[in-house]
Structure formats: structure tokens, C-alpha cells
Design a protein around this ligand. Sequence first.
Ligand code: ATP
Ligand code: MG
Ligand code: MG
Length: 547
Amino acid sequence: KEEKSLNFIEEIIESDLKAGKYTSIITRFPPEPNGYLHIGHASSICLNFGLTNKYPGYTNLRFDDTNPVTEDTEYVESIKNDIRWMGFEWKNELYASDYFDTLYGYAIKLIQSGLAYVDDSTSEEIAALKGTPTEPGKDSPYRSRSVEENLTLFERMKLGEFPDGSRTLRAKIDMAHQNMLMRDPILYRIKHAHHHRTGNKWCIYPMYDFAHGQSDAIETVTHSICTLEFVPHRELYDWLIAQLAIYPSHQYEFARRNLNYTVTSKRKLLQLVQEGHVSGWDDPRMPTISGLRRRGYTPESIRDFCERIGVARRENMIDVGLLEFCVREDLNKKALRRMVVLDPLKVVITNFPEGISEMCHSENNPEDIAAGNREIPFTREIYIEKEDFMETPSKKYFRLAPGKMVRLKGAYIIQCDDFVKDGNGEITEVRCSFIENSKSGQDTTGINVKGTLHWVSVNYSVPVEVRLYDRLFSVEDASNQEGDFKEYLNPDSLHVITGYAEPALTEAVEGESFQFLRKGYFAKDKDSIPEKLVFNRTVTLRDTWAK
Ligand code: ATP
Ligand code: MG
Ligand code: MG
């Protein structure tokens, strides 16, 4: 395997290790449990866990659960499940909410040092004094409160004496600071809300900036990796660590990963779920890890995708074609082959006896001899795809047409003798004869045919529900369009049809992936019941991604 060049975060870590700054590293993956993980999170997971697989050290899973209103244990469970499914294991399962007491102590310490104050202003009043990037802000009238008064008020905030939004705790930095986030940022807000872990113990909650870096420091995280929108927060991150004299974690930023024809924002994905545009977080059209899994994506294919897109410093849009390429590559190696006719046309083999079946054999996976063979019953009446017959074929059409021969995969060469049309001119039946001694594997005819078709026996085939998916949105970047992003949903993102499967497919287990010959990769869906199997099309076979 060729040596891969280091990404910029690996370069930083290697030089830190070389300089002896650290002997091992600690990273963390810090999801807020307010939704299911999506493909963007997958990239952050691969990065954080990948680094500590490569270098000495470990990765924590830390739930960034400082906003009680939107968070839920359902999300906590799904996040843990998805990370494990991706193939990673965390060292410690941690919660920012476990640090609420410590964080409260840090706040007291800042107040005592004259570096924080209780502000009675409303959020509108605070915003009005914030200034602009080119104009300094103005001091709040509450900025010069005494340490004692601040301590008392902050304690009364904690005791629940004040309503939501009536007071905040703010850092006392500089209202004229170049970085707007340094203009006395809010550290705590009042929220009388039930928290999924701390219950009703707290009615004040720390803001992101007063929780994240402090949690990193408590866990002695060495490299705290986040996305680019946090670049302006780094100054505050460092300031708080310095003032509190706690462990000096460092923040590094990389570009968010966006995939075209979908949205990667939990807030938007939640809307799709709540408003019923999709069947749930794991709808196979969703870019969530659980949706991709249900669709038939493998952990290997998602990790390969994350590896290929790498770590960038500038935001860009990734073509979903690359993700599809990765899953094709993986499933081509692993998926068993099965024949399923999605749009049936009956073919009668007129010289094959009625009422009997003959077993044919075909390889389960030509890429993997060890996968063995399977039996497929051949009978007088079979189905082929409608598109595999043409009354008047074009020159390059190597499928079935009057007078033409094709091979039926794993079975005989057949020749088309005739066809039947209904009153509307629609072809309803094709009549063929099979060529003796042409059976696959024991063909002595010497006949060379160009086309091989998939087929199933009419009598022995099993109807299955097949769900064909298309892109969830009809534009590449629905988040950056005029109006509501939901106006750009693709109205044709799901087609449900009945396919006719060879009997071996009934042995499929939930989640198992198959290549339906010539049709694509499909995974058995959890909605399957013994009387009706359901398959999701993961991806078509056609490879449009240029390597
Ligand atoms: P969303 O905007 O979807 O809610 P978020 O950033 O608020 O995402 P978090 O749960 O806070 O979601 O994210 C956990 C981690 O995953 C963070 O470190 C975050 O930077 C990272 N992450 C989230 N979305 C992406 C993305 N699109 N690309 C790369 N990393 C991401
Ligand atoms: Mg977040
Ligand atoms: Mg967000």
C-alpha cells in the first residue's frame, strides 16, 4: 500500500510528539444528543478515533449536553450505536452535564477574580450594546457590580429565584475587542428546564463556550478538533483556560463536510422527520448513519469515503457520487449475487416440457470463490426484464429480439421465435426455444452469444417489495437556496415496485446486502415480514464516478 501523506492535523500531532510536548494524545468526539449522527459526523468520528488508532493515546465520547430543551436519551443511545457500528470504541463515556458542579465552581472563581458579572439586561439590550465588527460595543450598566453582589446574584440565579432570560453571567473582557465573541460573552443563562440527566437540579446552564473548552481541560484532551465555524471561538477558549489556570487543551479546526443533494444539519434533518417528509431518522434516503446503514451502506464504505475526502481547511461540497463509488467497491467484494426481475416480461420456452423444473447452478459471488454456488430452478415459463426485449432492435442491442439468441445466466442459450402483443400493441409474451447442450458450464454448442440476461422462473419466483431511492433533494445545495430548504425536496425520491426474485433470496437476513444482477446493490429492510420481503436499493451498478 502506498504511503499516504499526512493531513495537517497529523502533521501537528507528529511534531508535538517529536518535540516531546506529549507522549500520547487524547481526542474526543463531542456530539450534542439532539439528533442522530449524519455523514458529516462520520467524518469527525473517523478523524478523532483514527488519530488515536494511529498514535498512542485514546478518544473519549463526550456528550455535549448543555442544552436541556433539545436533548434526549434516545439520541444518546443512537449515537453510541452508530459509533460502534462504524467500528470505533471510545475510552470513556462522558457527559458535559457531569461537570456542571465543576463548571459552577469555575464561574465562582471568575467572579471572585473580577472577571465575570451578572447582567440584568435582556438579550435584546445585550445585543444593542454589542457594537459591530467595525464599531466598539458599550459597557452594560451592570458591568461594574461588586464581586460580592455578583456572587450573591449568581447564587440566587442558581437557586431559581429569577425567570428565564432575566439575567445572565457574562465574562468581563473587553467591549471594544476586535473579536466580537470576546465582548463580554455570556457564560450562563437561566433555563428552568428538565435535563435528561441532571433532572431538575439546575436551572442555570453553561453556554457552549463555557462548557466545551472546560470539559476538554477536565479530560486533559490534547487535541480538541472542531469545525471551522469555531475559529473565532478559539480566542475565548484560550482565554478561559488561561484565566482559570486549567489544563491547556488546544483547539484545531477543520472544514465541515457537506454532501450534495442532501442536508447535513441536525436541525434540518429533525424537521424532515417531524414533518413526515421521511419515515424517520433512519429513512434510507437520510444522510444519517442509521439511514445509510438501513440503505445498505457498510461501515467499511463509509470509512473509506471519509478517508478519501480527507481533512480539509476550506469548506467544500462533496459529490454523493464518491460515497456511492465507495459502497459499490465494498459490496462488489462481499455481496452475494441474486437474480430479481424488476419489470417482468413473460418468456415461454416452447421446447421445454411443462410441469418440470431443472436445477441450474450459479456462483454466489464471482469475486469470492469461497462464497460457493446456489441452485436456481429453470422452467418452461420465465420472466425477463421488459427492457431486455426489443421488437426492432438497434444495431448495438445484444439482448433478446426476434431471431436473436441470448444466454440466460447460469442456464441455457435461448433463441426468440415469436412474440405476442395485446390490443394496445403492448408485448405481453415472448416465445423462445432453448438450444440443447448449451447449459452453462457444460456448453458444447460452440455458439457465441453477446448478451447474458438475468431471469427467474415464473412458478418458483417470489414477489418482493423493492424500494428504489433517488436523491432526497433536487438541487445540490438545498440549504443555500431562496426560501425554505424543504421546497427543494425531490418529489420522486422513492418508488416502490414489486420484483420477482429467485427462491434463494428468501434466505436473506435483515440488513444483508445483495447484488441483484445487472440492477444494483440491495439490502433487506427491517420492514420485511415472512410473507413479504422488502429490499432497499443501496445504489445502482452504474459507476459514474471518475477515479
Ligand atoms: P449539526 O449542525 O448537524 O447540528 P453540530 O456541529 O451541531 O452539527 P454536534 O453534535 O455538535 O453537531 O457535532 C459533534 C461533532 O461533529 C463536532 O465536533 C462537530 O464539529 C462535528 N461535525 C458536525 N457536523 C459536521 C460536518 N458536517 N462535517 C464534519 N464534522 C462535523
Ligand atoms: Mg452542536
Ligand atoms: Mg449545529
